[in-house]
Design a protein. Structure first.
Length: 185
């Protein structure tokens, strides 16, 4: 059986491009998902791994659609090979049913991992440079309302509820309690 596996990393991404690339293979079944490939904990991947049988071939647009790191990729290939299931990657023009295809697939998986690690390293370096220039990351800090101390004293004295104190200062519960904790600590 010819099986397709299509994956994009997030719900707002489109799978049409991968469908188009895999069209010439006349796939009999397609497993598709919109989830990060950071690990193997993916429902459609798990379902496909259980579904495929001896003699099946899995078609993917590229290695990165099946796995994002070399270890996961090689483990998937090993599990599929043990079931006598082949893998064909359209982008890399590789077929694991051939000895040279198996070798090249391993090389391309390593290169994909290198590329991903290099991107992460550049990102980390960019963040460090930005921080050294004073750029702040994360949510913007909320300034403490001028009436904060007065409202907290009234709340602690039982004169008003915490909900009322939050309403007066237009604060959400998480922010309110975090600020209370920061002021005490």
């Amino acid at each position: 059986m010819q099986i397709g596996y299509i994956r994009v990393s997030s719900l707002d991404q489109n799978t049409d491009r991968q469908h188009e690339i895999l069209k010439p293979y006349t796939l009999e079944k397609i497993f598709e998902e919109k989830i990060s490939g950071k690990d193997r904990n993916r429902p459609a991947l798990q379902e496909m791994m259980k579904f495929c049988r001896d003699g099946d071939t899995i078609y993917i647009e590229s290695i990165s659609r099946l796995a994002r790191n070399t270890k996961d990729f090689l483990n998937i290939v090993e599990e599929l090979s043990a079931k006598a299931v082949g893998i064909v990657s359209a982008k890399e023009s590789l077929d694991t049913s051939t000895p040279s295809g198996k070798f090249m697939l391993t090389v391309f998986a390593a290169l994909s991992q290198l590329e991903r690690d290099t991107i992460k390293q550049r990102q980390k370096e960019g963040i460090e440079v930005a921080r050294s220039k004073g750029v702040r990351f994360g949510r913007p800090r909320i300034s403490v309302p001028q009436t904060f101390n007065h409202n907290v004293r009234e709340w602690k004295a039982g004169k008003i509820t915490a909900t009322e104190a939050m309403r007066r200062m237009s604060l959400k519960p998480g922010t309110f309690y975090r600020l209370v904790k920061e002021m005490q600590g």
